[in-house]
Design a protein around this ligand. Structure first.
Ligand code: ADP
Ligand code: MG
Length: 452
């Protein structure tokens, strides 16, 4: 007995799911179905033109291969945009896409108990090569909190999805294990909590509140830098939870090593589990993000407009959203999507803001490029002047621009002693007082650091 269209497509979905990440699967395969099978042809209905394009171009081969393996007669697949409405395209667990539409531009209701925002889910988190590892780790944790990677430490630059991913873990855990206590806390809030509870002699109740948690999510731990009392409190909470196999998830704008003024024992705890970084999204993923987000806003922007945005904003997903919001406002006022020309003028000043994400690597790269050296020359032990000077400048910039510790700087340059780092920084500072050329040189290097 031949299987029905529905069964056939179910089988395809089941197999496709194995080779495609969960978030991408949810994004592109929701609300698809086989509408007809005639001769060698199968026609698949998809909810909109974005999904059509992605299924055709990106997953077309996989889909055809699976279909062919199930039914040798099938030689070709056609995709049509069906009657299924946009709002049923994807479904968020915490909140439906329909609600997202209604709530656009409004904040979602943040849960008082967990402090989680239901807007952040795995289903609306786009996965690409730049964030695949942290996403996979986050997903694994939400299925089995406390037992896979503990702690999970996610780091990356501003606006690249750390908070989104952290909160998605929390929301997913609640969905899977309704009895688990989850808490999302920005580090500044944790610090404020410690300070207030000490002042009000409530530190014991503060402690017990945090120790009752099953999944503790602490965002932006770089803000614990220099806060000794808070670090100490967190260290004990961490140990308490960790020993009970409770899950701890942390984020930061840099790896634990690069957080200045972080107690060594806390640093080594942070490094004790899984560390995963979020890089910069590639062009293809930036386009995908823009498409999904325009869908959420129920607007179909011209292709060239999306391409224009994706070419100009490369390092910040929040800025991609910001650009879309401006264009969405235009669309609402004028009842038509902006043309490329309009988009250009609306977004002009947005693109002029300098890139804000600076990392040690970027500084070292910029210095090496500027002096036409290889990066590894800078961390070598060569004492040749044409290497020593740039090395000292790179160390100085790490100190000035990132406020990194001297031991960290020493380690970054091939495991040198922190006294070498101190000496280098002092030497550059002194030289700057008498040598104007050096000042110009350093400014040029800074331009490279901030504008690439
Ligand atoms: P960070 O905490 O790293 O500064 P956020 O998590 O706040 O960044 O992300 C900034 C914005 O970009 C948020 O609105 C978030 O939903 C969105 N965003 C980030 N990464 C993704 C992604 N991979 N897919 C979809 N949206 C994303
Ligand atoms: Mg954040």
């Amino acid at each position: 007995m031949a299987i029905t269209k529905k069964e056939l497509w179910q089988a395809v979905l089941a197999q496709a799911q194995l080779s495609i990440s969960q978030a991408n699967f949810a994004t592109w395969f929701k609300s698809t179905e086989i509408v007809s099978q005639e001769g060698n042809w199968v026609t698949v209905s998809v909810p909109n033109s974005f999904a059509k394009e992605w299924l055709e171009n990106k997953y077309g081969k996989t889909i055809l291969k699976i279909l062919h393996s199930l039914d040798e007669g099938i030689k070709e697949v056609k995709y049509i945009v069906g009657k299924t409405e946009l709002k049923t395209f994807r479904k968020t667990p915490a909140v439906s896409l329909q609600e997202i539409g209604q709530l656009e531009f409004q904040e979602f209701k943040i849960d008082k108990e967990t402090n989680l925002n239901p807007r952040y889910a795995f289903e609306n988190f786009i996965v690409g090569p730049f964030n695949e590892l942290p996403q996979a780790a986050a997903w694994a944790i939400s299925k089995n909190p406390g037992f896979v990677y503990n702690p999970l430490f996610i780091y990356g630059g501003v606006g690249l999805g750390k908070t989104h991913l952290l909160e998605a873990i929390g929301n997913e855990v609640i969905k899977n294990f309704s009895q688990k206590k989850v808490k999302y806390t920005p580090s500044e809030k944790f610090t404020a909590g410690v300070v207030t509870s000490i002042r009000n002699h409530e530190i014991e109740s503060f402690k017990s509140k945090y120790r009752a948690i099953d999944v503790l999510i602490l965002d932006d731990v770089q803000f614990l830098a220099g806060k000794e009392k808070t670090q100490e409190e967190f260290f004990h909470t961490f140990n308490f939870l960790y020993e009970k196999n409770k899950q701890i998830v942390l984020s930061s704008d840099r790896p634990p090593k690069a957080i200045p003024a972080l107690a060594e024992r806390l640093r080594s705890r942070f490094e004790g589990g899984m560390i995963a970084d979020i890089g910069y999204p590639d062009y293809e993923t930036r386009i995908a993000i823009l498409k999904v987000k325009s869908q959420e806003r129920k607007i179909e922007f011209p292709e060239e407009v999306l391409n224009y945005i994706a070419s100009n904003i490369q390092r910040n997903i929040r800025e991609l959203e910001g650009a879309l919001n401006r264009l969405t406002a235009y669309q609402k006022l004028n009842n038509q999507p902006p043309t490329l020309e309009v988009a250009k003028s609306l977004l002009k000043n947005l693109f002029l803001s300098p890139a804000k994400v600076v990392t040690p690597k970027k500084i070292i790269q910029a210095v090496a490029e500027f002096y036409d050296l290889r990066e590894k020359d800078l961390s070598s032990s060569s004492r040749r002047k044409e290497i020593v000077n740039p090395r000292q400048i790179a160390m100085y910039l790490l100190r000035e621009e990132l406020k990194t510790s001297y031991p960290f700087i020493g380690r970054k340059f091939g495991g040198k002693d922190h006294t070498t780092a101190i000496h280098s920084c002092e030497k550059v500072l002194k030289e700057l007082e008498i040598n104007e050329n050096l000042n110009d040189e350093i400014n040029l290097i800074k331009q490279r650091i901030y504008n690439t």
